[in-house]
Write a protein that binds this ligand. Structure first.
Ligand code: NCD
Length: 358
């Protein structure tokens, strides 16, 4: 049983709780000084096993602006991880020093693994190519600010939909609001994983898959551009084949609606021409700024909301079955129970969502 407010996946909170966090972020943004002492005496740890600019610094700035303090590392090579310490031991210790622990890690399911042994709240700041829920809260706040709604949207997602964890969490979240439609713009090899498509279907939302921006840009309320995730490819040849396939240019923006917005979790490489930055519809820098306010709201919410006591693993333990995803946290953290949701003909890994055919 776990009695901390963890944010590992968007569905750790209800839609009304997401709305509460977003409304709180709006209030903080309008009047930040009113919140400057709210976390006095609290400590947030940021454990970043993977590179980050915005997520890490916006979390740190958020805690500092709330009057709290921060500890952590942004390079595991400067910590005992370099000596071979397990995720479990690092998290166990750091969580005993802090009130809230924000973690980014290259392995899928690592945030859930951390929550299993932590003595404080865990926030997933990105687990490999799997999920990135705090980016999604940032994206929801941006949509609400820019378009005034989270429903009845035609959303185009373009680029690396396979490894792009931001798109996975965003699609999961937007599927929970009525009448959202998704246009998935990618090459076949970087298509959205089927478990995310199943979430769209389960909510009764619809999606189409296309391979160019040009054929669809005129229909969109929001275009979400993403970076091709070089670090997740099995070979550099495959990355070379996929990189630079999509580029949003000023010329393409002529065909977009006057009120369409362009979002991007950033960093950008070549997928948005710099000339687009001056277009008022380019919302990505405003989006990054929203990230700090939404994380202030999330920290406050996490520390003040009454925790829902529930098990972190709800499936069956099959210690004789190994997850087939080579990037799953269970591959290296051998002490983790092999927990799966049993769907009859498949087992779904509870850490990384990989499906294993029986
Ligand atoms: C994204 C990430 O790390 O997943 N960046 C971010 O958190 N703002 C997207 C990316 O790295 O391409």
């Amino acid at each position: 049983m776990n009695n901390f407010n963890n944010l590992i996946d968007m569905d750790d909170y209800t839609v009304s709780q997401w709305n509460e966090i977003i409304s709180l972020a709006e209030k903080i943004k309008a009047n930040p000084m009113e919140y400057s002492e709210k976390c006095r005496g609290k400590i947030m740890a940021t454990l970043f096993y993977e590179p980050s600019t915005r997520t890490q610094m916006s979390f740190q700035a958020a805690m500092i602006r709330l009057g709290g303090n921060i500890i952590g590392f942004d390079n595991p090579n400067n910590s005992s991880v370099a000596k071979g310490e397990s995720l479990k031991d690092t998290v166990k210790i750091v969580s005993s020093y802090s009130d809230i622990l924000v973690m980014r890690h290259s392995q899928e399911g690592s945030a859930k693994a951390a929550a299993l042994c932590a003595d404080c709240h865990i926030i997933n700041a990105g687990d490999g190519g799997h999920l990135h829920p705090t980016q999604t809260l940032t994206d929801l706040l941006t949509l609400k600010t820019e378009l005034r709604r989270l429903d009845n949207l035609t959303v185009g997602l373009c680029g690396d939909l396979k490894y792009g964890r931001t798109t996975h969490s965003l699609v999961k979240a937007l599927s929970s609001f009525p009448n959202n439609r998704f246009v998935l713009i990618s090459t076949p090899s970087l298509a959205l994983p089927s478990y995310i498509k199943d979430v769209i279907r389960a909510h009764g939302s619809s999606f189409t898959e296309v391979d160019t921006i040009d054929e669809t840009i005129k229909d969109l309320d929001m275009l979400y551009m993403t970076r091709i995730q070089r670090e997740r490819f099995a070979s550099s040849e495959e990355y070379e084949r996929q990189k630079d396939v999509y580029c949003l240019t000023k010329a393409k923006m002529q065909y977009a609606r006057p009120n369409m917005i362009v979002m991007h979790p950033l960093p950008r490489v070549n997928e948005i021409e710099v000339a687009v930055d001056d277009d008022p519809r380019a919302a990505y820098f405003r989006q990054a700024n929203n990230g700090m306010y939404v994380r202030m709201a999330l920290i406050l919410f996490t520390l003040t909301e009454k925790p829902k006591i529930r098990p972190l693993l709800m499936g069956e333990i099959h210690n004789n079955v190994c997850c087939t995803n080579s990037k799953c946290v269970t591959q290296t953290e051998k002490y983790l129970p092999h927990s799966f949701i049993n769907r009859g003909d498949i087992l779904i890994c509870e850490y990384c969502d990989e499906r294993i055919l029986l």
